[in-house]
Design a protein around this ligand. Structure first.
Ligand code: AMP
Ligand code: MG
Length: 475
């Protein structure tokens, strides 16, 4: 698959190169009034040959751009979009889905668990290859039932039996053993009484009962797994079953993690009261690794244009880039400026969620990136909602799932409408009941560490009573 032509170079008006997907989204925005007031702003895009004129400056590179009137784009550029979270997720999947498929490697079966399959898997023979008994009992001719039958042989799994079962005969048979010719029913041991070499049963005739016919699970040559599926334990079993000792899988993408912020210090540094330890690099690395990516923490970027740009240029070696922090509207939130000057295309820069509102997604020099808001819970939630889908797609996985499951609230819940809210909560062990936890907001990691789910409060509903159903997102 190839990327589409959009977006093109940065010397044209973004309005003209708006992809169909956004035109549709904006039409929906107008129609449903679902979105907040537009966040459209005129970004004066850097000319191709532009370099910041004030190296070392920690002020926005915008200051160094040519005056607005000389910029080729005079329209209010609205390719930076605010989207509801489902749509933002779809944009991620659609954009990353256009990237070429990742390179592949061949692994021994025992190393392939949880990787993404890169080749079709075909049945090497019929499954089962012969009709098999699925119970311990007696293989009989159904027309002889009910009645008294002579036991003429015993058949264990792994044995074969050549003589057909004749009238009035039964063959003792174990689960998994091939059903001998002539027999068309298996009578479970429990339904028989033994009398010397004979059995007596009152079972009625039921042709086919407790027999798995040849090829009933799969036919020889049938495609059993398509490329793009994750190799869970059942799929690994399937590969073993069809005799695949080595399997082609997609390579694990390298994911650059770039935390930003003057106040962020490494974990081994004693922070002053005004500093925070770099927890985002660790949560992100864990989330990336759990999803099959190779995390690479590039370093902590202080809030200066040059440092951010330098580390980001290093991060471009990775397959996916995750920045944390520096994407809000503050004076020192430089990430978008740096990205823009590197020629980035932004697909959205706000999502109607809390936490995680100022989430940025785009592509720079051929690499997809996320600017995740720096508050630790925002970083975790936005990875889960958006970056995870990008990573999965870059791993070659198709048909992504993000199940939001219903559960009964044990307590009332209310929130301010307008954004989908992800609130730390405890789901009961049986998955039926959910209890919202006390939570101080996006910086409160303690509550999230105690939670096992996020409760998902819809953007358009304010209140839920105890006992009502609400959706949850598994952590
Ligand atoms: P920002 O999105 O840059 O405005 O950051 C918001 C807040 O998130 C900051 O005030 C920090 O307290 C916190 N923060 C930013 N980066 C990190 C990080 N790497 N680890 C932990 N907390 C962070
Ligand atoms: Mg910051």
């Amino acid at each position: 698959m190839r990327r589409g032509a959009w977006p093109g170079t940065h010397d044209a008006c973004a309005v003209e190169r708006t992809p169909a997907v956004f035109r549709r989204l904006w039409a929906q925005r107008a129609a449903t009034n679902l979105l907040e007031k537009s966040h459209s702003r005129c970004f004066r895009l850097a000319p191709a040959n532009f370099t910041p004129t004030r190296p070392g400056s920690d002020r926005r590179a915008h200051d160094a751009l040519p005056p607005r009137s000389s910029s080729p784009c005079l329209a209010r550029i609205s390719f930076v979009a605010t989207l509801p979270f489902e749509q933002a997720r779809q944009v991620v999947i659609a954009q990353v889905g256009q990237a070429p498929l990742p390179p592949t490697e061949e692994l021994p079966l025992e190393e392939a668990g949880w990787r993404v399959l890169a080749e079709p898997v075909v049945a090497d023979r019929d499954y089962p290859p012969v009709a098999r008994s699925i119970r311990d009992g007696y293989a009989v001719r159904s027309q002889d039932l009910p009645g008294r039958l002579r036991v003429v042989a015993e058949l264990r799994a792994g044995q074969s039996y050549n003589r057909p079962v004749g009238p009035g005969e039964a063959v003792a048979i174990m689960t998994g053993a091939p059903v001998p010719e002539g027999a068309d029913q298996v009578v479970m041991v429990e339904y028989t009484t033994q009398s010397g070499a004979e059995i007596i049963t009152d079972r009625p005739p039921r042709p086919g009962e407790f027999i798995n016919p040849q090829g009933s699970e799969a036919r020889k040559g049938e495609v059993l797994l398509e490329p793009g599926v994750r190799l869970d334990y059942s799929r690994i079993a399937l590969l073993a079953m069809v005799g695949k000792q080595r399997v082609k899988v997609y390579r694990r993408p390298l994911v650059a993690i770039l935390p930003t912020g003057d106040e962020v210090v490494p974990v081994d540094v004693e922070p002053s009261p005004y500093q925070v330890r770099n927890s985002n690099a660790y949560s992100l690395a864990t989330q990336v690794a759990r999803q099959g990516g190779l995390p690479w923490v590039v370093g902590i970027a202080p809030d200066t244009y040059d440092a951010t740009r330098q580390l980001l240029e290093q991060a471009l070696q990775a397959d996916l880039i995750l920045l944390s922090g520096g994407v809000s509207m503050g004076k020192y939130d430089l990430v978008k400026d740096v990205l823009r000057d590197l020629g980035a295309e932004l697909y959205f820069d706000h999502v109607l969620i809390q936490p995680g509102y100022p989430t940025v997604f785009g592509r720079v020099r051929g690499k997809f990136f996320f600017g995740l808001p720096g508050n630790p819970v925002s970083t975790m939630v936005t990875f889960k909602l958006f970056a995870q889908a990008a990573l999965q797609t870059l791993e070659g996985e198709r048909q992504l799932e993000l199940p939001l499951l219903p559960a009964r609230l044990t307590a009332p819940f209310r929130h301010q409408t307008g954004r989908t809210r992800f609130w730390p909560a405890r789901l009961s062990a049986d998955g039926t009941e959910v209890t919202p936890l006390r939570w101080q907001g996006s910086s409160d990691v303690v509550a999230v560490a105690r939670a096992n789910v996020f409760l998902v409060a819809d953007a358009d509903r304010q209140e839920w009573q105890a006992g009502e159903t609400i959706r949850v997102l598994l952590k």
